[in-house]
Design a protein around this ligand. Sequence first.
Ligand SMILES: [Zn+2]
Ligand SMILES: [Zn+2]
Length: 355
Amino acid sequence: MDSLSSLASLTPEQFFGGVTKAGKALAAAEKKGNVPKTKNFDFSVQETCCVCQKNITPPLKVLRCSACRAPIYCGRECATKHWKYPPPQPPGSIPGPTHKELCPANKRHMERREYYDGVLQSFPWGRLESDATFSFDIARGRFGVFGGTGTGYWSHRGGPIPHSNRGVMESMLASSPYGATIMKAFAAFDHTDGADLLGTRHLTDVQGWKLEPVLIPYLNFPSADKRPALLKSTLDSWDEWYQWRKLSQESPAALLMSFPMTVYRLLVHCLEVTGPTQASANQRRALSVHLLGAEVELNYLPLFAELALLLPYLLPYHDIQLVVFGSGAETLIKAAKKKPSSLVAKSSLTTPVYE
Ligand SMILES: [Zn+2]
Ligand SMILES: [Zn+2]
């Protein structure tokens, strides 16, 4: 109960402030070329069994699947169970896949890990912890953009429940005698994803990114010559994107741009649904992209406009429509009903609001 009661008294200021302080201390130590190898400078995560959710602490040892090395178990019993049965889910939710179903894809993914770790480590802020995880929270802390509502594009829920779909955690707490107290404490971390779209004007690039101007990939340009050049070929790596955007790799922009860039990659490299020659000035083509289960994405929805800079060479004469599905969008639309002058309330499929 001790850890639960300390979680229940955690305020957003303490949580966001503590992580920000740690991120800044880490960045300062790196600058001096001296990161002490102490617990204060290691942001590894507690290993948890993917079936029973138990923390794996001595005398328990981490057990991994010998084929894919991906899931982590507290012991043989959970590992055997997971091979044939999906891990327990909150009542009413769709059961997840079994390990047997996932193992081959896990294996392919884990084989590419070294490559992806290399990409991450090419950024000055892309540090791997001693357990080979990357802390998104600490990375945001370095730049002072780790926070709840009011942190521009970086706004999000935080603390012990980072998602609006609280899933397993909520159902576990519902059956705990301390559940109600803890849920009340967690409510302090609540945040409506996309809350800034309930305002009457879009955030400016500076208000949204909350970074030093040189670290920002601007989407509003004072004049046409300040716009990134029209691409003559596809962008295939972050290096290329940063170069095209004339940004230093010091910028943490990739942390949020990875979402619109995933859509770009899907359109350009994976889905062969359309192509450069499939539309013309007289015959424009509509392309509808559906984002399923969007939550945090709503906080930086304007960044998807990056696609309008990236795609004209590859998909000229295409009208791209982004359709966002999920409970996050529903919550936002309900909130907008009470705010008729908000961006969300004023926009529709035929009348987007750009102001
Ligand atoms: Zn277990
Ligand atoms: Zn496996």
